[in-house]
Design a protein around this ligand. Sequence first.
Ligand code: OAD
Length: 240
Amino acid sequence: MVDRVATWIRAAERVVVLTGAGISAESGVPVFRGAGGLWRQFRPEDLATPQAFARDPSLVWEWYLWRRELIAAAQPNEGHRALARLAARRAGVTLLTQNVDGLHRRAGSEAPIELHGNLWRVRCTSNCGYAALDDEGGPPRSQLRCTCGAWLRPAVVWFGEPLDPTTLDAASVAAEAADVLLVVGTSAVVYPVAALPHMARRRHARVVEINVDETPLSSEADVVLRGPAGELLPALERAL
Ligand code: OAD
């Protein structure tokens, strides 16, 4: 199966990769759903909605600062690195990610399209326009307020919020033009991102799922590579 996918990639003009939390699992960053998932331990409506932030910004920040600590201590894994090398060795590779952890960049991917934002970025909740990229490790709590006096917030997409339209457009255009779409480590249930593989397939892409478990996409994918991304992506790279 890996060889078959490698043949498709070699023949492809445009290869698009869509990743989710599963690609960072082997770096020790918890996923959201399933065994050990954050949404088994925490309620998204308490921590990842605009209403939760309006109710208790300190609590929401505490959770994001805890996640920053976990991520700062983690290293990109062989899956992230294989994807960075794939884009370096050939033209026409676009990386789309739902992850906010920044591990693709740390692995060397130059311009991942971060569909759900980035937890190292902050922006002001007023419309003063302030936005910044924090160092890994995050700002001390005393700097969680903007110089204008309003709260800063993590520049991530929360439940109930729209994705940035320019970012979503770029992802949709890439998906629709893809010859091969690799969908790696995502439960493929959170929309609108979960629609991208279907859009790609309706055009003409071969859709390949790489995941340790079955997802709603599995039955629609042209090929399913069942196993850890940190092993399958380097194996795919070796087969190219
Ligand atoms: P999920 O936690 O929903 O799904 C992670 C997927 O990775 C599951 O399908 C696992 O089977 C798979 N997986 C786990 N370990 C793996 C490994 N080593 N190799 C390959 N696959 C593995 O994460 P996402 O699909 O990214 O959004 O979640 C989508 C969105 O829901 C997130 O961006 C976040 C979350 O709520 C927001 O916060 C808006």
